[in-house]
Design a protein around this ligand. Structure first.
Ligand code: AMP
Length: 233
């Protein structure tokens, strides 16, 4: 299995070769053709499986194939992710994959000033990688418009729900056109994730890879509180 055989464009293949990627990971081999074909995809995969490229490569390819927008470029791809660290990591990866395409990737997270982010929107954004809280701040101020979004990714959806982002996700969804392609990645397909998929996705194709770096079920954890003086014993 090669990246060529998955149907990726030469500009992306070149960037992948420069990154030293030779063989697609299992989630990439499964998800890339489905995303390129335009399906909604429900992906069972954690960080470390190569899921960023699994959604990023086909979305960048589809974005590059869309007609160039006239005037200000508003986000056409939106990636929602729970933490600032993930937002930075995804942005770095997408920029590396898009190195030979004329695509701008911008990240948005809290804990930093709003103004540089407002200026980034004024310069034009193609792919927005955002944490839900700060995105809502911009939506409420009218500094970010999501009416041009064609493709949406809910990354680490289980963690976003754990962190209480469900109301924020629902609010963001009101700003995103219903006519879109939606991808959802989660470590598990527990009922609340299925409910999210049912609400926001259309006929999603399911792909899954074995969880990596999880604790083996036969391992049991015990905690024994001891005085500091007895710790060595
Ligand atoms: P992710 O699960 O997307 O966070 O990716 C985990 C790490 O694997 C990142 O450092 C990626 O750059 C790297 N990676 C992803 N896909 C491949 C691949 N096909 N070959 C080699 N490295 C990869």
């Amino acid at each position: 299995m090669s990246f060529e055989s998955l149907g990726l464009a030469p500009a992306l293949l070149r960037a992948l070769a420069e990154q030293g990627y030779a063989i697609p990971t299992p989630i990439q081999a499964q998800a890339i053709p489905l995303v390129l074909a335009g399906h909604d995809v429900l992906g069972g995969a954690q960080t470390g499986t190569g899921k960023t490229a699994a959604f990023g490569l086909p979305l960048l390819q589809k974005l590059a194939e869309l007609p160039k927008p006239e005037g200000l470029r508003r986000p056409r791809v939106l990636v929602l992710t729970p933490t600032r660290e993930l937002a930075v990591q995804i942005t770095d990866n997408l920029r590396a994959y898009a190195k030979h395409l004329r695509i701008n990737v911008t990240s948005l997270f809290g804990g930093v000033g709003m103004q540089p982010q407002v200026e980034a929107f004024r310069r034009g954004v193609d792919v927005l990688v955002a944490c839900p809280g700060r995105l809502i701040d911009h939506l409420e101020r009218g500094t970010c418009k999501l009416g041009d979004v064609r493709m949406l990714v809910l990354d680490e959806a289980d963690r976003m729900l754990d962190m209480g982002f469900l109301p924020s996700i629902k609010r963001v969804m009101k700003h995103v056109p219903a006519q879109r392609q939606t991808l959802l990645f989660s470590a598990t397909f527990e009922p609340r994730i299925k409910a999210l998929a049912l609400e926001f996705m259309q006929d999603p194709q399911q792909v899954q890879v074995a969880a990596q770096n999880t604790v083996v079920e036969t391992i049991r954890h015990h905690a024994h509180p001891v005085d500091a003086a007895k710790k060595r014993d």
